[in-house]
Design a protein around this ligand. Structure first.
Ligand code: NAP
Length: 275
């Protein structure tokens, strides 16, 4: 039986148990799934527990970074991002992986928006942008513009990626509008519009500048349709929320736990039918 878990703080509302459960049910794998509320200061004792009781676990921020010193080995991807969202336990030792960016790319491809040759505009420059922006460039994006309120954070990501296709711009409606004019994909990677978050986009007029074939991708999945996505849909633009990213990153994590390639799109469809 596969014994896995999700850890973080807060963790009560995590959809991971439901998604992993649906994925593993669909491929007839017997499993036990645990949910642990773990704060930074509890991490070390949880890791001791995991070494002798689990086959692996997923982590939420900030544990994705805090876990790094405790790992025996780390995948090239996770090393590159200095962030781990999946840990596999093998012979009592911990190995770190990151499936967030692959999950996001798969979710885009699944919606018919392969990032290759695309012009991409990203709002926000937090932990998730560090991983997806680099991956988008590796997947052949023509350009990636990162707009952030704290410009230094966007500049730091541009420096980290080190590719002339990526640039940083200050977050303002004027700048977003100017960059939307030539965008194929607009990504919201800020918490604006998220359930339980105070702020939302007051002004979404920048959506009108997008070409009619553009897709608006919100990494938020609760609510399923943010104001940004509703307004984009009213303009006839293609939209996607963050649920597909969450599902694909979970299925790729299950491949790691099981040491087995899965048919990502088949499992994805089964998960969607079951949750
Ligand atoms: P993070 O590290 O906290 O970064 C948040 C970013 O949003 C920062 O760049 C911040 O700008 C910006 N921001 C926050 N409030 C803002 C406001 N009022 N106006 C303008 N910008 C604002 O978060 P993260 O981990 O990167 O996650 C970003 C989003 O992605 C969240 O909504 C999260 O739920 C979602 N996410 C989804 C998935 C999925 O599987 N679907 C996975 C990971 C994350 P400053 O730098 O100026 O503070």
């Amino acid at each position: 039986m596969l014994k896995i878990a999700v850890i973080g703080h807060p963790i009560a509302h995590s959809r991971s148990p439901q998604i992993h459960g649906a994925a593993l049910d669909s491929i007839n794998v017997e499993y036990k799934y645990e949910k642990h509320d773990v704060k930074k200061e509890d991490l070390e004792s949880f890791l001791e527990y995991a070494k002798s009781n689990l086959d692996g676990f997923n982590l939420t921020m900030p544990l994705k970074v805090d876990v790094l010193p405790y790992l025996e080995g780390i995948s090239e991807e996770a090393e590159k991002f200095r962030s781990v969202n999946t840990v596999k336990v093998k012979d009592g030792k911990l190995y770190g992986y990151n499936t967030d960016s692959d999950g996001y790319i798969q979710s885009l491809i699944n919606k018919g928006s392969d990032p290759n040759q695309k012009r991409i505009v990203i709002l926000g420059a937090g932990g998730v942008v560090r991983t997806i922006a680099k991956k988008l460039v590796e997947c052949g994006a023509e350009s990636v513009v990162i707009l952030n309120r704290t410009i230094e954070k966007a500049e730091e990501i541009v420096k980290y990626i080190g590719n002339e296709k990526v640039e940083s711009v200050e977050f303002s409606i004027e700048n977003i509008t100017a960059n939307c004019k030539a965008a194929d994909i607009l990504i919201n990677a800020t918490p604006l519009g998220m359930e339980g978050n105070d702020g939302d986009f007051e002004d979404t007029s920048f959506l009108q500048a997008l070409p009619e074939y553009a897709i608006v991708s919100d990494l938020i999945y609760a609510p399923p349709k943010t104001k940004l996505l509703k307004d984009a849909e009213k303009l006839g633009l293609k939209i996607m929320n963050g649920l597909d990213m969450l599902i694909f990153q979970a299925i790729i994590a299950d491949e790691i736990y099981l040491d087995k390639k899965l048919d990502l799109y088949e499992v994805y469809k089964s998960v969607l039918n079951r949750i």
